[in-house]
Design a protein around this ligand. Sequence first.
Ligand SMILES: [Zn+2]
Length: 173
Amino acid sequence: MKDSDWMREALRLAAEDPMEVPVGAVIVRDGILISGARNRQEAGRDALAHAELLAVRRAQEALGAARLDGCTMYVTLEPCPMCAGAIILSGLERCVFAAFDRRYGCCGSVYALPMDPVFPRRVACEGGLLREEAEALLDRFFARLRERGGNPEALPGLPPEEVYHRRDGLANP
Ligand SMILES: [Zn+2]
């Protein structure tokens, strides 16, 4: 499968629960799906239950190993500082994301944690793959939230619409 096929799988997960901010992540090694997850912040009442962290934990369980050597993560929104840290610490080889997050994105937008030479180990990050699809999913979610009178700013760590977006090119091509 191509990168875009895996990203579509992450988009499918992102859209599974209409109550959650639609972000999905899958972890792949040697062309095989190791794990997948979507946001569970509402269901878990857990501000830290981001798709990326859950996907890392599930991959560790599936592989029976703490380090995800040789694995690639595909995630529909640029990882936040917490998840960028998890990407470094879990030993992932590569991270591909769709929409950019100009508020919390730490794989090139606000900061570029996994690529920072200050750390002993770097993880290649590429942004913008199927960005339009991911943005459309997020836009629809936030439009529905507004209709219900919800406040996107109240969702910890996640961007209101108009924030993740419109950045051309890759974070680290
Ligand atoms: Zn995160």
